[in-house]
Design a protein around this ligand. Structure first.
Ligand code: OGA
Ligand code: NI
Length: 374
């Protein structure tokens, strides 16, 4: 391993400990510049069809209707809520519950899972290793589910006692949903049903879970739970908190708060599908706001390409009229870049843009200055 720092640049502070300490003013490290704060008006629960992401019933009788609605959602929004998705609703509740319980275990116990910037696996409180960076008001737990060779139960919490078993079954069902959606997206792009799955590495795809815990915040109008970002991977299947809203997506320069439907998954396109689809589908910027009265738990399941295959625009989608917009890069390289800098809106995927109109070649093309991880 070279080029990537082994430890955090500053001592790690758990946001949950700060919140539990009863402070009434948050430390400067969490205070954002005025322009980045969650301003009150910001479309919060505004009414009207353009103020909520589409809800798609994946169980509709006519498969053509499912294809059509997913297609519109991907093109127009990059985000939708899926209902009738095949994942057991009780399992969804159980998964959220065990994680809530995990975050309420004693701090000493959670600390035994503390993560480092080399792999991010375990209990964490920041993304990025830039010294002095503004921090987000949230803690998280990150673990690998696929490929099986890097799945390590010892890095999953041993408590609550049902945790590993619940994650295992939850992962299985969510992967099945992701596989189904990959087929729908492939067909909608005019490609063979298994196209995207093959580009992702077939049976060797990656999948990981990031469980977010956003504690109550005494000055929630000065900070964010998660900075604006697009998801770097393929596709995200998010199980939001069942009671507390917080996820906002950027649309036409406004932030729209997602109103979760019961037992729905919030699905969004990640940067890798933006690249593969040559920007027919776009990964949309989103962020999380926090509040002073309720903690919030969410489970973000990331379905990703195998980490060492170069991902570039699908040849089938590149034409003289729509030339390749991106230079290929492996997900390993891309993720390393993001992990060094932390969340930065859409600048990361935009920096993959080829500068030459032909899209060929990459040196000096504005690609991120990545380093190899091994
Ligand atoms: C993420 C994310 C949203 C949420 O983990 O990438 O966007 O609601 N989470 O916690
Ligand atoms: Ni995200």
């Amino acid at each position: 391993m070279s080029g990537l720092q082994q430890d955090w640049p500053e001592p790690v502070v758990r946001v949950q400990s700060l919140s539990d300490s009863g402070i009434t003013a948050i430390p400067d490290r969490y205070i954002r510049p005025v322009s980045d704060r969650p301003s009150a008006g910001d479309g919060f629960f505004a009414e009207g069809p353009d103020n909520n992401i589409p809800i798609v019933d994946l169980g509709m009788e006519d498969p053509a209707d499912v294809l059509d609605q997913v297609s519109r959602a991907c093109r127009d929004w990059g985000f939708f809520q899926a209902v009738n998705h095949g994942v057991n609703p009780e399992l969804m509740d159980r998964a959220r519950d065990v994680w809530r319980q995990f975050f309420h275990l004693p701090m000493e116990l959670k600390q035994t899972y503390s993560n480092s910037p080399t792999t991010y696996e375990g209990y964490g409180s920041r993304l990025g290793i830039e010294k002095g960076a503004i921090l987000d008001w949230g803690d998280y737990y990150f673990l690998h589910y696929l490929p099986t060779c890097i799945k390590d139960y010892n890095k999953w919490p041993a408590l609550p006692s049902s945790c590993r078993e619940v994650i295992e079954e939850y992962g299985k069902q969510v992967v099945a949903l992701a596989e189904g959606l990959m087929k729908i997206l492939s067909v909608n792009l005019g490609l063979e049903e298994d196209f995207l799955q093959r580009q992702f590495g077939g049976d060797d795809v990656g999948a990981c879970l990031r469980v977010n815990f956003y504690p109550r915040c005494p000055q929630c109008d000065l900070t964010l739970g998660l900075s604006p970002h697009s998801d770097p991977g393929g596709m995200t299947l998010l199980l939001p908190d069942d009671h507390v809203p917080g996820l906002q997506i950027r649309r036409h320069d406004k932030w729209i708060t997602v109103k979760p439907a019961r037992h729905a998954f919030v699905i969004n396109i990640g940067d890798q599908i933006q690249v593969l689809s040559n920007a027919i589908y776009k990964s949309v910027e989103h962020r999380v706001i926090v509040n002073s009265t309720d903690e919030r738990v969410s489970l973000a399941f990331f379905y990703n390409p195998k980490s060492d295959i170069p991902i570039g625009p699908a040849e089938e989608l590149v034409t003289p009229e729509s030339p390749a917009l991106y230079s290929p890069m492996t997900f390993d390289q891309y993720r390393l870049f993001i992990r060094m800098r932390g969340p930065r809106g859409k600048s990361q995927v935009d920096s993959l843009m080829s500068q030459r109109p032909s899209g060929e070649g990459c040196d000096g093309s504005g690609r991120p200055p990545v380093e190899h991880s091994d």
